[in-house]
Design a protein around this ligand. Structure first.
Ligand code: NAD
Length: 481
């Protein structure tokens, strides 16, 4: 283990405290299948304590009413501490959920740092206080912190998802209760220590691991003003309905089934190579991965050959080994889900072009990266989020058909277009019904909003828009000059 913290405790009101009960959550290595650590599991009374601390900190106001300059100063200190701990955090997440260490420094800690940097810069531009003038008078418009935020985080990119919530919550003056996923609580322990060291006042940040019950109790707690949730569409829908009872503010970042459209003039060398990251990073366990590859009928065989060569160049195995590019699935149960999808693809008549089984590794929850051809757009492998290294290749005859296939999804998270003609690419990209689109593999970055159309979410994170869901605008009428 690269780091051990006070795993038997919870972080509440600026202190490490014992939980009321004796329930534990075991963190199991997906490689060795052994327990790597055991953490305290918060029960209802612990949640009550954490929310009360966050509420009191917010109502007392030292952070909520602090100047932006002061908050920025503390958050820059946190940024420096975070950067110093990035290698440890990367290794910790690799131990928790099996992200290959060749990628952890990029996707597990490089991305959260980039998210934090964007928010630190954008805070200087955000209109926290503006005067709107009209002929009859005007208004002072201020953006007030929304209050107590419950941040509910998944296991796949736990730090990126947390930073999307932590940075805007703290920069706007909110208090926060962090609820990491039961699969990956350890990194949240380290970050809580860094926040404490940076000088965040007691109660402004609290952290407690919990399972489904404790998590829902937190999300529906009457003293929580906003729920910032990232996870599956099924749980997101459920939370939207239960939080709707109290009109609780809600941001949902949910699942995806993103399509990459290859136009007939695409540079296949760079396009297929970019799928190593865009479609297969974190062993296929990222929400925005392009898992449907929509290619011209005439290029099908060439793309399949190149894709097969690509996955053959991605070593599968122990994620702590520096050459590994595909690690295990996070849990045994999740491997079963991924294998179930591979079986369904076969049953529904798709052809396995590469992979399709388990690699020859004694222990650990591995699946082979798998490519399907002859995929009908309505098959389960083309419609449902698999969350593993399984790609479906679909073919089209003209651009309208390519777009119809890409948009034939309940999800609307992300998409991609590959072409050497940028104007043509922009025209196609603007007809894809998703929150973000990557042209030739270029991400939109964290200065721009990120989120989902349709069943992929509600609200936006990142960009100036990312601050909007942590504030309530207040307008005070002003007399005419
Ligand atoms: P999940 O929905 O099972 O769990 C997410 C979090 O919610 C966990 O912390 C879990 O403990 C908690 N939770 C579970 N049931 C709950 C309930 N009833 N009430 C309150 N909290 C509850 O998702 P997961 O398996 O941890 O993560 C994978 C999913 O996350 C995928 O669908 C993926 O696409 C999605 N995801 C989306 C984004 C994005 O930005 N759109 C980013 C990362 C992951």
């Amino acid at each position: 283990m690269p780091w051990t913290g006070r795993f038997d405790q919870l972080f509440i009101n600026g202190e490490w405290v014992d939980p009321v009960g004796d329930q534990r959550i075991d963190v199991i290595s997906p490689v060795t299948e052994r327990v790597v650590a055991s953490v305290a599991e918060a029960g209802r009374e612990d949640v009550d304590r954490a929310v009360a601390a966050a509420r009191a900190a917010f109502d007392r106001g030292p952070w909520a009413t602090a100047s932006l300059e002061h908050r920025l100063e503390v958050m820059h200190r946190f940024r420096a501490l975070y950067a110093d701990s990035a290698d440890t955090l990367s290794a910790l997440i690799t131990h928790e959920m099996g992200c290959p260490i060749s990628m952890s420094p990029v996707i597990q800690t490089g991305t959260p740092l980039a998210i934090l940097d964007a928010y630190l810069e954008l805070a200087l531009e955000y209109p926290f206080r503006t005067i709107r003038r009209s002929a009859k008078g005007g208004a002072l418009v201020t953006k007030e912190p929304i209050g107590v935020v419950a941040a509910v985080v998944p296991w796949n990119v736990p730090q990126s998802v947390l930073m999307m919530k932590l940075a805007p919550a703290l920069l706007t003056g909110c208090s926060i209760v962090i609820k990491p996923s039961p699969e990956t609580p350890l990194d949240a322990y380290l970050v809580s220590e860094l926040l404490q060291e940076a000088g965040i006042p007691p109660g402004v940040v609290n952290m407690l691991p919990a399972g489904r019950e404790g998590s829902e109790y937190l999300a529906t707690h009457p003293d929580v003003d906003k729920v910032a949730f990232t996870g599956s569409t099924a749980v997101g829908r459920h939370l939207a309905s239960v939080c709707g009872q109290d009109l609780k503010r809600l941001t949902l970042e949910l699942g995806g089934k993103s399509a990459a459209i290859f136009l007939d003039d695409a540079d296949l060398d760079s396009a297929v190579e970019s799928l190593r990251y865009l479609s297969l990073r974190n062993s296929g366990q990222v929400c925005s991965l392009k898992t449907r590859l929509v290619v011209p009928q005439g290029l099908k065989d060439e793309v399949l050959d190149r894709l097969t060569a690509l996955i053959e160049s991605m070593p599968v195995g122990d994620p702590t080994h520096p050459v590994t590019q595909i690690g295990p699935m996070v849990t045994q149960r999740h491997r079963g889900v991924v294998e179930g999808y591979i079986a369904s693809g076969r049953e529904q008549g798709a052809t396995v072009v590469a992979g399709g089984g388990r690699p020859d590794i004694d222990r650990g929850w591995f699946v082979e990266p798998t490519i399907f051809a002859d995929v009908d757009p309505d098959m389960r492998i083309a419609q449902e989020e698999i969350f593993g290294p399984v790609l479906a290749v679909l073919t089209y005859r003209d651009e309208d058909e390519a777009l119809a296939i890409a948009n034939n999804s309940d999800y609307g998270l992300n998409g991609a277009v590959f072409t050497t003609d940028i104007d043509r690419g922009l025209a196609i990209a603007s007809r894809i019904r998703t929150g973000t689109v990557e042209l030739n593999g270029n991400p939109s970055g964290f200065h721009a909003p990120i989120g989902g159309f349709k069943q992929s979410g509600l609200g936006r994170e990142a960009g100036l828009e990312g601050f909007d869901s942590y504030v309530e605008p207040r307008a005070i009428g002003l007399p005419a000059d």
